[in-house]
Design a protein around this ligand. Structure first.
Ligand code: FAD
Length: 436
């Protein structure tokens, strides 16, 4: 039976995060009745434990496969032109740089593949020698960048992440979407019809039952802890810290491109409060423990996120302080002595092949997964929900359906990264309360 858009009831679990808020937005843009859409989340939108609850994220084109390329081009277009998203896109470009032999070879390949791909990349991609990098980032010194090479992609930049999710939230509220947070928004389990396989809604931890025609689970790093994903997703934390600049320092760094070096990390221009966020680059941290998600027959080892929102005194491992400081010494040596603050771990969930997991559950009809972000999905905030809605309506392209299918097997602990994630149990320094 085909359901009418105007009467279909949809519950979006994790609707105050990245993929979930985008889904709720596109349900409205597709003619679903706002009061028939229920957004559930632990925290109000923008959820304080969403991976997107952050000052900034990189907007860059992902070329790893056809679907990734299509999605990032679509997203770029919406960040540039969609009135809801445009205010949050800072199109300052991005420099991917390196001074190591292997890193420079990889950059040369990246540059070649971009200019040869056509599609306009040849007009927006530039090879940079050290002095060119210095001229694009004036506070860099000649000595600092002497042996660096880089690729500038001028049509990228950064996204004011939490602010963009907040803008979706304001829109959802103004349209009359049902928003439920706290215990009334925290997913406990799916509800099923008498046949035991047709999902008819969800129950939250306060005991409320929400009945719906379709349920979308977009709970990010928490998804594999909520329902059994058969090890297709492994949740991992990445880290960042901040430094504060004086107004004089801010002037020097204003409007510089995002600077990224795969062996060190990356940083962004200061925000309106003079704050620079610095990230290191590494394969992530896991947090394995025995846990029984809904649908599993017994507890199994699952990497369970622990959010900064619930544990505000958590920071990051001592090892991260060393690597963040190393990134600062590389990019911002004049600020080596500055105090670091808001040291944070931020949780994503990797699949083995780094593509998302967006499909109907193979055994639970009307229960849709929209997860497996693999650490690169914030940039898709404007458009990923459009494709989740296509899946709900049965009009998802065969390429996307194949790319995002249910696919147990493979190694999500390593995924496409340089190494498997290290477990937080082996890394001291991050936990400052006794709570589990
Ligand atoms: P989230 O945005 O985390 O949303 C999940 C939601 O589920 C949350 O709101 C949460 O509160 C909710 N939830 C959890 N449990 C429950 C429950 N029981 N009931 C109801 N709701 C629940 N991507 C980029 O594109 N560019 C970047 O530069 C970039 N940099 C990153 C840097 C770091 C340090 C990190 C950690 C990630 C980065 N990412 C980047 C990745 C990006 O942030 C994620 O891919 C994306 O935000 C994940 O979206 P999501 O919707 O899957 O999860």
């Amino acid at each position: 039976m085909t359901l009418s858009r105007s009467t279909t009831k949809v519950v979006v679990v994790g609707g105050a995060g990245t993929i979930g808020s985008s889904t709720a937005l596109h349900l409205i843009r597709n003619g679903y009745t706002p009061s028939n859409i229920t957004v559930l989340d632990v925290y109000p939108i923008p959820s304080a434990q969403s991976a997107g609850h952050d000052l900034n994220k990189i907007m860059s084109i992902r070329r790893s496969n056809k679907v990734g390329l299509q999605l990032s081009l679509e997203a770029l277009n919406m960040w540039k032109h969609d009135p809801l998203f445009k205010p949050f896109f800072h199109e300052v470009g991005m420099i991917d740089c390196s001074s190591s032999k292997e890193g420079i070879i990889a950059l040369q390949q990246k540059y070649k593949s971009l200019v040869e791909a056509g599609m306009g990349f040849e007009k927006t991609t530039f090879w940079l020698e050290g002095h060119d990098i210095q001229s694009r980032v004036p506070p860099f010194t000649k000595e600092q960048t002497e042996d660096w090479k880089g690729v500038l992609c001028s049509d990228g930049g950064w996204l004011a992440a939490a602010k963009a999710i907040n803008a979706i939230g304001q829109f959802l509220k103004s349209e009359g979407v049902q928003l439920r947070f706290g215990g009334a928004g925290t997913f406990k389990q799916p509800l099923f019809a008498e046949d035991g396989v047709t999902c008819i809604g969800v129950e939250t931890t306060d005991g409320t039952k929400y009945h719906a025609d379709k349920v979308v689970l977009a709970a990010g790093a928490w998804s594999p802890t909520l329902i059994d994903l058969e090890d297709q997703c492994v949740s991992k934390a990445w880290v960042f810290a901040h430094i504060k600049l004086t107004p004089e320092e801010v002037k020097q760094y204003k409007n510089i491109p995002v600077v990224y070096d795969g062996e060190y990390g990356f940083f962004f221009e200061p925000d309106e409060n003079g704050i620079i966020k610095v990230c290191d680059e590494f394969p992530g941290f896991s947090r394995f423990k025995a846990h029984k998600p809904f649908g599993a027959t017994s507890p199994k080892l699952i990497s369970v996120p622990r959010s900064h929102a619930k544990h505000p005194s958590d920071t990051y491992p001592d090892a991260s302080e060393v690597t963040i400081r190393k990134a600062i010494a590389r990019f911002l040596p004049a600020f080596k002595e500055k105090e670091l603050f808001n040291r944070t771990m931020c949780w994503c969930t990797d699949t083995a092949d780094a593509s998302q997991l967006i499909c109907e559950h193979p055994r639970w009809k009307n229960f849709i997964l929209a997860t497996g972000d693999s650490g690169h999905s914030f940039k898709l905030l404007p458009n990923i929900g459009k494709h989740v809605v296509e899946l709900i309506q049965g009009s998802l392209s065969p390429e996307m359906a194949h790319e995002w299918r249910w696919r147990p097997g493979g190694d999500a602990l390593k995924s496409k990264r340089a190494a498997a994630a290290k477990d937080l149990a082996t890394l001291p320094g991050w936990q400052h309360d006794a709570k589990l």
